[in-house]
Write a protein that binds this ligand. Sequence first.
Ligand code: ADP
Ligand code: MG
Length: 315
Amino acid sequence: MRPRAKRHRPLMSTLADKRFVIVTGKGGVGKTTVCAAEAIGLSARGKRVLVAMCNAKERLSAMLGVPPLGPRVAQVAENLWAVNILPESALEEYGALVLHSRALYKTLFDNRYVRNFLRAVPGMQEWAMLGKAWWHTTETLPDGSPKYDVVILDAPATGHGLDMLRVPKVIVDVAPSGLLRRDAERAWALFQDPHACAIVLVTLPEEMPTTETIELARALSEMGLPVGRVVVNGVLPPLFSREERAALEALPAFDVHTPGDAALYASRDRAARERVQAESLNRLSRELPVAPSFIPLLFEDAANPDAIRRLAKRL
Ligand SMILES: Nc1ncnc2c1ncn2[C@@H]1O[C@H](COP(=O)(O)OP(=O)(O)O)[C@@H](O)[C@H]1O
Ligand SMILES: [Mg+2]
């Protein structure tokens, strides 16, 4: 048996004091939904929040009820900004920043060969997006205060998300000293700081996502990156006790003839789902470094502002 995860667990994980929040997890588990809900919650508490997506076929705008989001930061509500970072334009902005001149960047990089070369450097596209999201944490207002209190990154799903998070460390290890390495060092230091950065793992109360989440949490802790919060999405309110679940699941197969049969059939299904959910929540609580928080399954379209506000309250 593997050793148990760390025992010193914060009772409540808060994102309110973080500068950078990275939301990841298996595809389709509700990462963008959680980003939207956290962004709504934090901005309502007066935090200036930027949500950054990575080259996404973005659905965040539908969730927030705002016009489609592009590669330019747009204010979408009070205290709330959003951007869909595209690797090409991020690379261009970053290049211009590093070279202190967009014109110089254009002479150097508006060249198919150079562009193809950059595209081929492993991790360069990932760093362009992650680095740009990080760079937004360094932006300041004229009075010197941070432009955003927190940047929430809607990161790619598990494997790609991990690959993306590995890039700054690789740059720190292998890049020659210079601006690229200096920025990667600053970003990597921020990502590793549990007071300033939180990685949020989103999962479902099901077997495969649970296993993947536990593995992801291990991989992140091996990289020295802080898992600040685990959100179990799509949680069903339990209708049955453990004994009732067992009794329902033990029912022999039967044909459905009457409404009573149908109700019993549905109950047996529900009992099985509740058992899997209970097992998954147990495993997550046992194996993860932070106590999970939950958001309920809504039996309706959740990609709209009203639903997101309700989910935000539950977080
Ligand atoms: N708690 C929930 N209840 C009902 N539907 C949800 C819930 N969370 C997410 N969804 C829906 O599931 C789909 C996937 O969610 P999304 O946040 O886009 O996942 P991801 O970003 O991980 O791919 C979306 O249609 C979303 O509206
Ligand atoms: Mg998404």
